[in-house]
Design a protein around this ligand. Sequence first.
Ligand SMILES: [Cu+2]
Length: 505
Amino acid sequence: MATYTRRDATAMDTWDPVLYWYARAVGEMQKRNPDEDPTSWVYQARIHGVEKSRLTKDTRPGWNQCPHGGWFFLPWHRGYLWYFEKIVRATIQQIATREGHSAPTDWALPYWNYARDPGGILPAFTSRALPAAFREPTMPENPDGSGQPVPNPLYLPDTAVPEEDFWKNPHRGVGKNSAPEVVPYDEASPYCAMLRNLFSLPLGGPVPQPSFGSGHTGSDMPHYERKGPGVLELTPHAMIHDGVAGWMGEVAGSARDPIFWLHHANIDRFWPAWLRRGVDHSNPKDKDWLTKTYTFFDEAGTLLTPTTEEVLANAGDYNYESLDSGTGEQPAVCARQLAQAEERILVTSNPGHTLSLAGPTEVPLEAANDSSQTQDFLSSGAVPETGLILTVRGIRSNVPPGTPYRIYLNPPQGQGQGQDRPDDAYFVGWVSFFGSSEGEHHGNGDGNEFSYDITERVRQLQEQGMWSEGPVTVSLVPATSIPSDLATSPHAPQPSIDRVTITTQ
Ligand SMILES: [Cu+2]
């Protein structure tokens, strides 16, 4: 029997007791010593990722663990949230006892239900706006609303920060606190992930294909791998990190923004929602997955090493207010994301493209060789029997740009300007910067990489007479608009990609 219910933060009053007490606990955890106390705010965030300057000196147990791009993504984050929730719950009681208030003993982490309203009439706030308690600089002093307003620990400013002050100044992407949505619906919906039948790809399977939970990564727990993310991990997970931006846009900083924990509670909610959505949906049964151990801390600061099996059993003590609302019942457009690229290149761009923050960036592709497959594709859009894969490599930015980018293939002039939902015939997929910034500690310096199966896309364009002859171009368009004064300011982020290729097997 579940003891705790995680509720929808987008359906709460601004200072619902759940959010009021969360804010108080965050403030309390921020006063604890980040180096000595595992229940402190910064220590907890560093379990997810550590900023470069602290990565190699004076580290602490359990730091820098979050596995992205592998099949431990969901169970690791579930355990991470569950112990954090216990720490917050205990902290709330400490504050209440000290101050002589009463406080809920059954506090549970709320979730940010960003796909709750599919359309949303802009400029009214949609469920994809940061919940109000995260946008207000001040909060009530007391749970009954009495006293003077006090600084709100859930609030991070959203004004431009010089790159060198990235870690010094808590911040979100410019304009995000007043944005009616941090990304549009298609970027925030788990609809496409919910359609996948497998939790993870079979190891050594012949055809790379998208799965719900990730690629099968055996017993290794890579901290950040470019290969093997599941559909859920890219959309909506990485899209929301890109959309909030600032600290949330970087692996090492994200858990310092209190919205992180509500974002990941929603990601965690999609897991039971997916399990019950299809009769053949199930978790991996492999020993490598079930017996993996993780390092977390309980509310007393004691180090614990639960296995995946224990993490799953612990989760029996909570349920979610709803497993339907915002879990992908409304259609969204799906990318045909692949786990890995094939290497027979037909056409390629030149290396090194800076992406515009204001509109489309056109990347022309040229023949990589003089094979007949290449010539046929370039002259008439002929699709080889072995299919076509589009890959974007070397995706990076000095600081998070504040938006993911949509990829369009060969759009006619004037299309793909970013005002449309990505449901037009030329849409291929997304570019995410989460985990790619130069300020990140992990990467090998190559940036992010995403691959998409464009076989059907090209065939349809050709059949419908929409394939324009001549040079092939790829257009990269910000999914959500960046304030125009930022785009021209000295603090403008500098997103770029290295190369776009189209390959066949
Ligand atoms: Cu995340």
